[in-house]
Design a protein around this ligand. Structure first.
Ligand SMILES: Cc1cc2nc3c(=O)[nH]c(=O)nc-3n(C[C@H](O)[C@H](O)[C@H](O)COP(=O)(O)OP(=O)(O)OC[C@H]3O[C@@H](n4cnc5c(N)ncnc54)[C@H](O)[C@@H]3O)c2cc1C
Length: 389
C-alpha cells in the first residue's frame, strides 16, 4: 500500500501544529489527526522565549505573534511573603542578543495563528480522529483509530503529557510534582483597582511552596495569572487534591499584593502538575515523539511549548535537506533523536531545580534572596543556554 501522505501528526496542540507546519514548509505532505471535535487551546497565557520566537520568525509568523501579544520589558522577581523586589532580567536587549524577542500571548491566539498557517500550507486537518496505536512497517507507519487508518512514511506523536503512543517507545509514567496550578485570563479593566500592578513586566512572586506569575496579554487588553502551590493533600497521598481551599491556605501568608490578586483566578478548574523523567530515545521505526509526548516538563522555565517549537524547527530543517527529493527519513530521525532528547532532558531537569529554588523556605530562602538581589539585570548567563538557538 502506498502511504496516503508523507507525514501523519497525531495531536493538534501547539506541538503538533508546529511540526505539521515545519514539515510542510520542508516540502512534505502532512495530515494532522486530532481527537477533539475541533482544534483549540485553553484560554490562558503563554510565554515565548527567543528560542521559540526565532523559529516563528523563520516560519513567517513573528509579526502576527507580536501584533497579538505583548513585548514585556522585564521579568521581575519578588518575594511572595514580603512583596520586596529581588531581581529582574532586562528584556530590552534580548532581541539584539538572541535575534528574536520575548513575547507573551494568549495561547488561543498562537494556536489560531499556527492553525491558519497550516491551512494555508495545505496541511490536511482532521478532527474527531482519535489514534489508538501505530503500526510500523518497512518504510511506513500507520496511525490506527477506531474508524480510520492513516498510512504515512512517518508518524509523529504529538498527543501530549498522557500520550497513548509514547507507550510504544517507553514504559514510563507521568511523575506528579504534588503541585497544582490555577490560571485566570481576564479583561485588564477588571484588575485596574489592584495596587502594585506592573503591566509592562512578567512578574513572578516566589514564596515557600508557592508562586504567582502575572503578565498582560493582547496588547495590554487582558491580564493573565498563574498561581502554583504544593498541595498538602497530594503530599499526604490523598486521591483528591488541589481544591480551591488549598489554594487559599497556600497563599494565606503571602503579601497583600498577592492575596489581592487571587480572587481574579478561575476557581472552577485547576491543572495538577506532572512531568516525566527524560528519556534518551524518541523513535521507534517510523514513529517519533514531539512536544509534551516527548518531554513534558514543569513549567517553571516557561519552556514546554517553546521546546515543542524547537522540536518542529529541528525536524523541519532536517527534512528540508532533501528538498525536492524523497526524504531520507532514517537520516532525519537519527539527526532528530541525536539532537533533541539531550537538549530537552536538560530543560526538564533544570525546570525541576528552578522550582526548588523558587519554592524555598527558611534559611535557603534567605540565602536565595540575598543572591538574587546581587544579580545584574543585564546578566544573561542563566538564560544564554536556553534562549540562544
Ligand atoms: C500552568 C502551565 C503554564 C505553562 N506555561 C508555559 C509557558 O509560559 N511557555 C511555554 O513554552 N510552555 C508553557 N507550558 C507548557 C505548554 O503548555 C505545553 O508544553 C504545550 O502546550 C504542549 O503542547 P503539545 O501540543 O505537545 O501537547 P498538548 O497541548 O497536550 O496537545 C496534545 C493534543 O493531542 C490531542 N490528542 C491527545 N491524544 C490523542 C490521540 N490519541 N489521538 C489524536 N489526538 C490526541 C489532544 O486533544 C491535544 O489537542 C505551561 C504549562 C502549564 C500547565
Amino acid at each position: 500500500m502506498v502511504p496516503d501522505v508523507d507525514v501523519v501528526v497525531v495531536g493538534g496542540g501547539i506541538g503538533g501544529l508546529s511540526c505539521a507546519l515545519a514539515l510542510s514548509r520542508a516540502g512534505r505532505s502532512v495530515r494532522v489527526l486530532e481527537r477533539s471535535a475541533s482544534f483549540g487551546e485553553v484560554g490562558a497565557g503563554l510565554q515565548l522565549a527567543p528560542n521559540a520566537t526565532g523559529a516563528l520568525r523563520e516560519w513567517g509568523l513573528l509579526d502576527q505573534v507580536i501584533a497579538r501579544g505583548v513585548l514585556p520589558e522585564r521579568i521581575a522577581m519578588r518575594d511572595a511573603l514580603d512583596g520586596r523586589p529581588l531581581s529582574h532580567l532586562d528584556l530590552a536587549d534580548v532581541r539584539r542578543r538572541y535575534g528574536a524577542p520575548y513575547v507573551v500571548m494568549h495561547r488561543g491566539d498562537l494556536h489560531e495563528i499556527l492553525l491558519a498557517a497550516c491551512r494555508d500550507a495545505g496541511v490536511d486537518l482532521v478532527t474527531d480522529a482519535e489514534v489508538r496505536a501505530v503500526e510500523n512497517g518497512a518504510g511506513w507507519a500507520e496511525a490506527v483509530g477506531e474508524r480510520r487508518r492513516d498510512r504515512a512514511e512517518l508518524v509523529i506523536a504529538a498527543d501530549g503529557l498522557t500520550s497513548t503512543l509514547r507507550a510504544q517507545i517507553s514504559a514510563d509514567e507521568p511523575v506528579s510534582s504534588n503541585y497544582v496550578a490555577y490560571r485566570g485570563a481576564i479583561p485588564i479593566t477588571d484588575v485596574s483597582g489592584l495596587a502594585d500592578l506592573a503591566v509592562h513586566d512578567v512578574v513572578v512572586y516566589i514564596g515557600p511552596r508557592c508562586h504567582l506569575v502575572q503578565y498582560a496579554l493582547r496588547g495590554g487588553e487582558m491580564f493573565n495569572q498563574v498561581a502554583v502551590f504544593e498541595s498538602p493533600a497530594a503530599v499526604a497521598g490523598q486521591p483528591e487534591w488541589g481544591g480551591p481551599e488549598e489554594l487559599d491556605a497556600a497563599f494565606a501568608p503571602a503579601c497583600d499584593a498577592v492575596r489581592a490578586a487571587l480572587p481574579f483566578l478561575w476557581r472552577d478548574r485547576c491543572w495538577r502538575m506532572y512531568d516525566r523523567e527524560p528519556i534518551p530515545n524518541w523513535v521507534r521505526g517510523r514513529l517519533a515523539l514531539t512536544g509534551d509526548a516527548a518531554h513534558p516538563m514543569l513549567q517553571y522555565l516557561a519552556q514546554g511549548a517553546c521546546q515543542a517549537i524547537e522540536d518542529a524547527d529541528c525536524l523541519g530543517a532536517l527534512a528540508a535537506k532533501d528538498a525536492g527529493k524523497d526524504a531520507d527519513w532514517e537520516a532525519v530521525l537519527a539527526g532528530y533523536n541525536d539532537a533533541r532528547p539531550r537538549r530537552t532532558g536538560q530543560v526538564q531537569r533544570r525546570a525541576r531545580a528552578w522550582g526548588e529554588l523558587w519554592h524555598a523556605d527558611g534559611l535557603f530562602r534567605a540565602v536565595r534572596n540575598e543572591l538574587l538581589r546581587e544579580r545584574d539585570p543585564a546578566d544573561y548567563r542563566w538564560v544564554d543556554w536556553l534562549y540562544a538557538r
